[in-house]
Design a protein around this ligand. Structure first.
Ligand code: DQA
Length: 148
């Protein structure tokens, strides 16, 4: 069976395409999932994409991924800046997680500069629009030694 990666999207990302396109671009979440899946498939990887607006559901998705995912590329949305529970879930599962953001959070409001999750992630990629996800997959596969 193919190596599988969880692509996990947090709150409000289901609205991509119509949500502040000047900040997040005009691609929908389905467009992004499609591009990421194609990029991963070229490298022999299968993407399982999930989105939730609920912190607990994102935590459940991480717990579930322990049994099948080689790693996770995650855009935690605003939970990046607030969620100790998601941070603990990443630590507890010991999953390799790459944190990604469409926008350059460091160039925005001060409350977006801090990530509670980045210290327990492999690393963070921000500011490249939908390509942040592609870079995230590439970084994760490199980290896992899965790049051919
Ligand atoms: C975001 C940045 C967060 O600060 C924000 O709350 C989001 C989207 C991004 O992808 O740029 O929901 O994660």
């Amino acid at each position: 069976m193919n190596t599988q990666v969880l692509l996990l999207h947090g709150p409000n990302l289901n609205l991509l395409g119509t949500r502040e396109p000047q900040v997040y671009g005009s691609d929908t979440l389905a467009d992004i999932n499609q591009r990421v899946s194609e990029f991963a498939a070229q490298r022999g990887i299968t993407i399982q994409a999930r989105q939730s607006n609920h912190e607990g559901a994102l935590i459940d998705a991480l717990h579930d991924a322990r049994t099948w995912a080689a790693g996770v590329v995650m855009n935690p949305g605003a939970y990046t800046h607030t969620s100790i529970a998601l941070r603990d879930a990443i630590s507890a599962t010991q999953l390799a997680v790459v944190e990604v953001h469409l926008s350059n959070v460091h160039a925005r409001e001060e409350f977006r500069h801090r990530s509670l999750l980045a210290p327990v992630c492999v690393g963070q990629i921000a500011g490249f629009g939908w390509r942040s996800y592609i870079l995230g997959i590439d970084a994760l596969l490199g980290h896992l030694g899965l790049l051919k």
